[in-house]
Design a protein around this ligand. Structure first.
Ligand SMILES: [Zn+2]
Length: 154
């Protein structure tokens, strides 16, 4: 083992070895304490993560794939019918659906409006904008990610 071992996601043996080293934090080559690097904080992008020995340059690197990126589910975001939509709500509708203000107002007053269909990362990126409007919206199926992108377990 020298230099950096590229661990691809499908290689269970390497993953297990990395997990063991990760737990001990001891360089398998010289016994020094390993330094970690990564993971990135953006749950919507791949980031490098791994361990590196400060003494002998032994190291491991893997591409960390956030659960959100592995999520193949298609989510639907629906804005709830609102007889008196706020300007923020209308602005969001206009931007999402590429429609004018009159159209936006009519549609949200008449019923629920689907504003987004996409992967978990798309929903994640849009959620702060949705929350900012204060409007009522639903995501189907249930969107089980916390604001920092970590999967929620119940
Ligand atoms: Zn070392």
């Amino acid at each position: 083992m020298d230099d950096l071992d590229a661990v691809n996601a499908g290689n269970e043996q390497l993953k297990a070895r990395m997990a063991a080293v990760q737990q001990s934090r001891i360089c398998p080559q010289c016994g020094a304490t390993l330094r970690t690097f990564g993971p990135g904080t953006d749950p919507t992008s791949l980031s490098e993560v791994g361990l590196k020995c400060p003494r002998c340059s032994w190291g491991m690197v893997t591409t960390w794939c956030p659960p959100m990126l592995r999520d193949q589910t298609t989510y639907t975001v629906t804005m709830g019918c609102d007889p008196r939509p706020t300007r923020a709500t209308l602005r969001l509708l206009m931007r999402q659906l590429h429609i004018g203000v009159l159209d936006a107002r009519t549609r949200i007053q008449q019923g629920d409006v689907v504003i987004l269909e996409g992967r978990a990362v798309d929903v994640y990126r849009h959620r702060p904008k949705l929350d900012a409007t204060g409007c009522h919206y639903t995501i189907t199926p249930e969107f089980n990610y916390s604001p920092d992108g970590a999967p929620l377990s119940d």
